[in-house]
Design a protein around this ligand. Sequence first.
Ligand code: 5RP
Length: 224
Amino acid sequence: MMNQKKIAGEKACEWIKDGMIVGLGTGSTVYYTIEKLGDMVAKGLQITGVATSEETAKQAEKLGIPLKSLNDVTEIDVTIDGADEIDADFQGIKGGGGALLREKMVANASLKNIWVVSEEKLVRNLGEFPLPLEVIPFGWKQIQRELEKDDIETNLRKQSSGEVYVTNNGNYILDIVNQTFTDTAMWQEKLAQIPGVVEHGLFLDYVDMIICGKANGEIELIKK
Ligand code: 5RP
């Protein structure tokens, strides 16, 4: 079967030109973008990457893609990233890989955001995929209890070893399960107001173009 992630991820490289500052997302789809960018850099393409996670920084460094920190760039020309779910209004859930905070900061600093996905990520309503909240470890149970009062169920994210998952920023993740996010603006406001929630995985009005890899090998470009 066609590798939908690979065809979508590699296609995104067509939007990268000499001299650009490029936001490098995190995950198994943008992995292919970064691999291909590594080839292009080896053949002479001159870009500077801004990585959204330590994992991505490691991959880029190995491939010889020069990196700068977000602090050291004034803006980013294009960011390419994956997504966990996208609805028909171009709203998305991200953070399945735990990098939502850095991903959102990088997306916010970018002139253009491209998401690379396989077709099952396109959904009618957001919420089948758990919505991550990055929370301060101090008092995380209090956040969980506060959400429970509103019938919002969360799971503390764990690694396969059973250890608590810790983000690159030293925080925990509470995944909201069994919810459908139709009024996304309301949810955004509600979640942003909870003390101790550093960031949530709703990415509203960020993406400019989606590159979708299909099982039949076709690539669909969905523009806003
Ligand atoms: C990481 C993310 C990823 O972009 C998202 O989870 C999609 O990953 P993949 O391409 O592996 O399905 O938000 O925090």
